[in-house]
Design a protein around this ligand. Structure first.
Ligand SMILES: [Zn+2]
Length: 162
């Protein structure tokens, strides 16, 4: 098999990382040496995708299976899934979280709502486990109140002058 063409920089980097020549391994039909690969023969593949993966990464079927759990991950699929989740979250924030946040009357209310929302995302008291987009949203509402509450407690900014 022929290795996919990569620029010299990438080739050199991969060779440096694996301690062997990727091009040479692939033309000889062997796996990357241990510890990354197994150094064994790489001639049989379960499908065209794994064969292609070998021409890119230089791992035999057995090593691909143990690294990717039998599934060669397509990074574009992961990225698409990520954006789909972000879109769902934005929709959820708009439809459900924002109306609740608008009902809050103090930063304590926001904190309590954040805690409850954390439970919905599978967290506990110490671990909110909120996606960052949701955390940022809470922070924005919280900041609004904190600024207002500080002014109420200290209307003339006396503490700040000291
Ligand atoms: Zn291997």
């Amino acid at each position: 098999m022929k290795a996919t063409e990569k620029t010299d920089t990438i080739n050199n980097f991969l060779d440096y990382m694996t301690g062997s020549s990727r091009k040479e391994n692939i033309s000889r039909g062997v796996c990357i040496p241990a510890p990354i690969g197994c150094g064994g023969p790489a001639k049989e593949f379960s499908n065209e995708r794994s064969r292609r993966e070998y021409s890119i990464g230089g791992l035999c079927q057995k090593c691909q299976d143990s690294i990717f759990g039998g599934v060669v991950m397509d990074i574009r699929e992961v990225v698409n899934q990520y954006w789909a989740i972000q879109a769902d979250l934005k929709q959820w924030i708009k439809n459900e979280l924002d109306p609740l946040l608008l009902e809050c009357e103090s930063s304590d209310d926001v904190s309590e709502l954040k805690r409850q929302t954390g439970y919905q995302f599978g967290g506990d008291d110490s671990d909110y486990r909120l996606p960052s987009i949701v955390t940022v949203h809470f922070a924005i509402y919280s900041c609004r109140f904190i600024e207002k509450e500080e002014k109420e407690r200290d209307p003339l900014g006396v503490d700040r002058i000291k």
